[in-house]
Design a protein around this ligand. Sequence first.
Ligand SMILES: [Ca+2]
Ligand SMILES: [Ca+2]
Length: 327
Amino acid sequence: MSNEVEFNSLTKDDVKIRFEDPSGIPSKPTDEEVAKHRKTRLILVVFFAIAVVAMVVVAVIIIIVAPQCEKKEVPENGKVKDTTDENWWKNAVIYQVYPLSFKDSSDDGYGDLKGIAEKMDYFTELGVNALGLSPIYQSPMADGGYDISNYTTIDKTFGTMEGFEEFLKEAHEKGFKIIMEFVPNHSSNKHPWFEESKKSKDNKFRDYYIWRDGAGVGKNQTPNNWISVFGGSAWTYDNTTDQYYLHQFHKEQPDLNLRNDEVKAELKKVLKFWLDKGVDGFRVNAAQFLLEDESFDDEPENSNYNMSDPTYDMLDHTLTYGKKVKL
Ligand SMILES: [Ca+2]
Ligand SMILES: [Ca+2]
């Protein structure tokens, strides 16, 4: 090791100091230097160990006190075990059956309840817990059973009430829940409520549906521009009382007035009727169409409408779809 100090002059600017170690290898610390830093190393090691232990303890505490996830009920052999559990539907596998075309047991070309019962082993194989039945109520079938003329009767196409009770019993014995279709937005135009409602403006059932005068000077135009889901005006004229009735779907499906307390009471009775039979739940049909805005104003045109779109999309359904109104 050589250290060279050159003083070429005594002035500050000219002083040149050079330290060189030709080997380039740092010098080995002396025993004194090692002893000096030993204490510092020891403190750092202890501090690191304490930090690790502290983190482990905190992690364990977090795991213990954190909210526990709800334990999921695991169905055994594809069945919901606890039939008294009101939350069964949260874990259920539901098979929606369209009875009219599912299985025909009577060879008349239409599916029926016995046909569905014959396929219960098939549902078991699939691991299904619940069957949802599209409408099986008495219906003129203008809209595949969604036009109901009697909410508490089984349409003869599908069987009888006695046959339904047998079906329900067998389904329950095999571990299936049964979900019925509930169609509160409209009835069939052949329902006795509507047949009464259309007779006169002061009929007891008049307010069960939504009747309006025509618009325009001669009152010969539809009350507003609302469109039916299936195309065309949502209003149909009835000359018996010279008024229009509302139907968000087919004209054979007049909308019920769900702001009428008697209508709501009647529909609750329907639900109770089927619950008393022993059904396990309902699927609510067309819930977004239940209420219309009471202003009965025209709906705005849909600026994004294309000619290839369904007619229903011509309007922006701000007043007839998904209407949030307190009942
Ligand atoms: Ca049949
Ligand atoms: Ca409605």
